[in-house]
Write a protein that binds this ligand. Structure first.
Ligand code: ASP
Length: 428
């Protein structure tokens, strides 16, 4: 028995991903420092260290569009949303996500974390030359063909197609249910299976992230020393500050928009927030979120399920904030200027990208490739962020879950449900 456990413990796969990444970073710093001496004479050898990271980023880019498409279709087909609450839910989700992105951009513009360590921009970068054309953007929403957004990784067109199909499949499902037909079940099953398949492939790619981190950190240290990591430190602090501001915004909304007090919100919801932090998956946390909203905070079942079970499919404020900040950060590191209008495109694409981000670890990295592409930022620099993503992912996941909890409280309104002495609770 002990032998088996020991064997299990020894297997690399059994070590938590975060620990694997920390080990990879330590080894890479050692290797990078050793290779620093030959960086001028043998740059090719060191450049090859980036191969695993480039492959992983390519895989993430390839998975991004099917993931978003299937996530949106799946959510439309499987979520139970009553009409009036559905509209209220959409407004709450939209405002919370927009506030999150604005907070993120505000903090990144004020603190300028990317100014702490500059890197040379690649020659092919389009970001500095891209200008904003609102009419072009409007015309660009409709793709020339159904498959083009999938091929071009165009997130706005992709969401347009996904929403169109999602809405139509949903209404066909409702119609068929009222006519006692079940044909819709076949497509629902296909979409569910495909969605799960893409997520499994994503898990394979994510399992290789420590290798990518090893290569990219060793290469960066060998060529640039520790300069870029200063900027990453400043980026971590900026993201944490922005996430705290977003948490403060949630508490204010809960205080003024529902009967729940911020203290009972935090005390009752702590289990869900800690689970989100430790699993880095809002989907894995969903049952706990639902449970604490119902049992510890005491919301009505309808509000708890709408916010935590339905809203969580679309609501990823922490992810949206992070993606927008990352785009700005990389632009700053490369000394590329993102104009206000380009930042507006970042806002739009981050909203859409966060809707399509699955509630699993590192999913934000996948959809981030689309945000970068929308403003012409080179996606290979996402590799820099991979080194700190394992930690920031946990923090933004906690905010994603806090966002779901906030929406549930707001849906519950200002009047508390009646509690009986025997602790059985019924709706007013
Ligand atoms: N890990 C996040 C979540 O589960 C998604 C992300 O990577 O941003 O909510």
């Amino acid at each position: 028995m002990t032998k088996v456990n020991l064997k299990k413990y020894k297997s690399w796969k059994q070590i938590p991903l975060a620990v694997q990444i920390v080990i990879a970073i330590i080894l890479a710093v050692i290797l990078g420092s050793l290779l620093g001496g030959i960086s001028a004479t043998n740059p090719d050898l060191i450049n090859h260290l980036a191969i695993p990271c480039n492959l992983i980023l390519k895989a993430l880019r390839a998975l991004a569009t099917p993931l978003i498409m299937l996530a949106v279709l799946h959510a439309f087909l499987t979520a139970e949303i009553p009409g009036k609450s559905g509209r209220r839910l959409s407004v709450l989700l939209f405002t919370n996500t927009t506030v999150a992105i604005l907070i993120g951009l505000f903090v990144a513009n004020v603190l300028k974390p990317g100014a702490w360590g500059r890197l040379a921009a690649p020659l092919s970068s389009e970001a500095s030359t891209k200008t904003f054309d609102p009419w072009g953007l409007l015309q660009d929403i409709v793709p020339e063909s159904i498959l083009k957004p999938l091929v071009d990784n165009n997130v706005i067109q992709l969401i347009f197609i996904a929403l169109a199909f999602g809405i139509v499949l949903r209404s066909l499902k409702t119609q068929q249910i009222s006519e006692d037909k079940t044909d819709y079940l076949a497509i629902e099953k296909v979409i569910t299976i495909l969605f799960e398949a893409v997520i499994r492939i994503l898990h394979w790619v994510i399992a290789l992230v420590p290798l990518a981190v090893f290569g990219i950190v060793a290469k960066t240290v060998a060529f640039h020393g520790f300069e870029p990591f200063k900027a990453l430190g400043a980026f971590i602090i900026s993201v944490l500050l922005a996430l705290c501001l977003q948490a403060g915004y949630y508490l204010l909304r809960v205080k003024f928009g529902s009967w729940v007090t911020p203290t009972s919100f935090l005390a009752g919801g702590s289990e869900a927030l800690l689970t989100a932090f430790s699993t880095a998956s809002s989907t894995a946390t969903t049952p706990i979120t639902f449970e604490v909203l119902l049992e510890k905070i005491g919301l009505r079942e309808s509000s708890a399920s709408l916010g935590a079970l339905v809203g969580s499919n679309f609501n990823n404020d922490g992810t949206a904030l992070y993606e927008a900040m990352s785009a700005l950060f990389i632009a700053q590191v490369l000394d590329l200027h993102l104009s206000l209008v380009q930042q507006f495109i970042v806002i739009l694409t981050s909203i859409f990208a966060s809707v399509g981000a699955a509630g699993i670890p590192e999913a934000g990295l996948v959809t981030m490739t689309l945000v970068f592409t929308s403003v012409g930022l080179p996606t290979q620099y996402i590799a820099l962020l991979v080194t700190v993503d394992w930690f920031l992912d946990r923090c933004r996941t906690a905010i994603n879950v806090m966002g779901d909890m906030t929406v549930s409280c707001l849906l519950d309104g200002k009047q508390r449900r009646v509690e009986y002495a025997n602790k059985q609770i019924v709706d007013i």
